[in-house]
Design a protein around this ligand. Structure first.
Ligand code: PLZ
Length: 459
């Protein structure tokens, strides 16, 4: 169960989770309230403005699917800190294991004196990720760092340099991952020059592609460009998000990912699946690739992996991973022991509560709700997603012209009513839902009801 008072959550009637906060929406001031506003003023004087917040509500406590702000408002969280707390905020096993580890030791550096939890996290990632072949993993701090390392490994293993990425891709904010990321504002503007040998080709975006274009045709459009403009034999890897995250929750047409995987195999390029946002139960499978039985050579994870602590990983075929010389990968904090223990807690929660199944139940409910919204509102151009990763793309009624203003208006109307939702998309016009997978179904429905009203008002 996923409520403080004993109801059955989307995670079903399996092992009980007790949350420290009642799982409810309750507003006691306007949102943001006076204390958040006072902190916002302090923040403006102290924090670099380049780091902004989409929901300027300061947090006092968070538990399960609820965030309690400093004014005492209890908000429904349909963003999970950008797909991180799938197991819920302050999830019991995450907290217990991390706290236990904090008391034993906080750091030694795995590259100096190793510890078991790092090995155990790698073992579990190797077991859970697609492919029955032998695998190895390496741990890092952030998603961007994992993607950078996947590229390093692919280049080292293939002896090739070119990296192919897709339109609308998001892979991070470091220099190499900015180059891999598609959208200029806010991620890249003025921050160049960017890393060389990165080539961008069209993705499959059913809502915006020519009517009737199949996944295989979209893949052919991409790979023929690579062949003519890059040269297949120069490609170290193709990096793809199986469902694009920041770029707009773009679900490719069926057949697109398998065709890319086939092309990689026949070209000697490696397929890197960036499952940082989609991975670890979010889409209803352990990994989104599994939906079409795509088996990547390298796979990146982060976000949900450690239930809120910073931890990321590259997992891949042993024969690829083993090509990197000892000492070629690492970092002071990569695979920090507290983060590794938290990950062991998160992974065991995902298994015990069967969170892939919970994500599928969330998806059934959410998809139905969003389609109803679309039927009654011409501003909802597209509804798409899988599992607990769903979005609406907002357009000017009767057109496909993106309406970013409407997406912003919907998100702020939801916040004012005590529901945190996120926007995304290359055109800023997508409202996305990433609820904790342990959310109570009634609470999710309440959040969707608030969203419906906000969308109706914006349309
Ligand atoms: N790959 C697919 O979704 C992070 C970005 C938030 P880091 N997405 C949230 C922001 O505006 O910075 C992400 C992702 C995919 C890579 C990353 C990068 O992960 O942990 O933020 O570095």
């Amino acid at each position: 169960m996923a409520t403080g008072d004993g109801g059955a959550g989307a995670a079903g009637g399996r092992a009980a989770l007790r949350w420290s906060l009642p799982q409810r929406r309750r507003l006691v001031t306007k949102v943001p309230g006076p204390r958040s506003e006072a902190l916002q003023a302090r923040r403006a004087a102290a924090v670099a403005p380049g780091v902004s917040s989409s929901s300027p509500v300061f947090v006092a406590e968070a538990s399960g699917a609820v965030v309690l702000d400093v004014d005492g408002n209890s908000l429904i969280d349909l963003g999970s800190g950008i797909a991180v707390v799938g197991v819920g905020h302050a999830s019991p096993q995450v907290v217990d294991r991390a706290a236990g580890q904090l008391r034993r030791f906080t750091h030694t550096c795995f590259m100096v004196t190793p510890y078991e939890a790092y090995v155990a996290v790698c073992e579990q990632l190797n077991e859970l990720s697609p492919g029955t072949f032998e695998k190895r993993s390496a741990l890092f701090n952030s998603g961007a760092e994992a993607v950078e390392n996947a590229v390093k490994i692919a280049r080292r293993a293939t002896g090739r340099q070119a990296v192919v990425v897709l339109e609308h891709a998001y892979h991070g904010r470091t220099n190499l991952t900015m180059a891999l990321t598609s959208k200029n504002m806010p991620y890249k503007d003025g921050f160049g020059p960017f890393a060389p040998e990165v080539y961008r080709v069209p993705t499959s975006y059913p809502f915006r592609d020519p009517e009737g274009m199949t996944g295989r045709q979209a893949a052919e459009r991409a790979t023929s460009l690579v062949e003519s403009e890059v040269g297949a034999s120069r490609v170290a890897c193709v990096v793809v998000e199986p469902i694009q995250g920041e770029g707009g929750f773009v679900v490719p047409a069926k057949g697109f990912l398998p065709a890319l995987a086939d092309w990689c195999r026949s070209s000697g390029a490696l397929l890197v699946a960036d499952e940082i946002q989609t991975g670890l139960a979010r889409t209803g499978d352990w990994f989104a690739c599994e939906d079409e039985e795509v088996v990547p050579d390298l796979l990146t994870t982060a976000k949900a992996l450690a239930g809120g602590l910073p931890l990321a990983a590259v997992t891949g075929r042993a024969e690829v991973m083993d090509r990197v010389h000892p000492g070629g990968l690492g970092g002071t904090y990569g695979g920090n022991p507290v983060a590794c223990e938290a990950a062991l807690g998160a992974l065991s929660t995902m298994r015990e509560l069967d969170l892939p199944a919970a994500a599928r139940r969330i998806g059934a409910l959410t998809g139905e709700w969003l389609r109803k919204m679309q039927a009654s509102n011409a501003a909802v151009g597209d509804v798409r997603g899988r599992g607990a990763m769903w979005a609406i793309e907002l357009v000017r009624p009767g057109t496909k012209e993106p309406d970013a203003g409407a997406a912003r208006a919907v998100a702020s109307a939801c916040l004012a009513e005590g529901v945190v939702v996120l926007t995304c998309g290359s055109f800023g016009n997508v409202v996305r839902l990433l609820p904790p997978l342990v959310i109570d179904e009634a609470l999710l429905a309440e959040g969707l009801d608030v969203l419906s009203s906000a969308v109706a008002a914006a349309g």
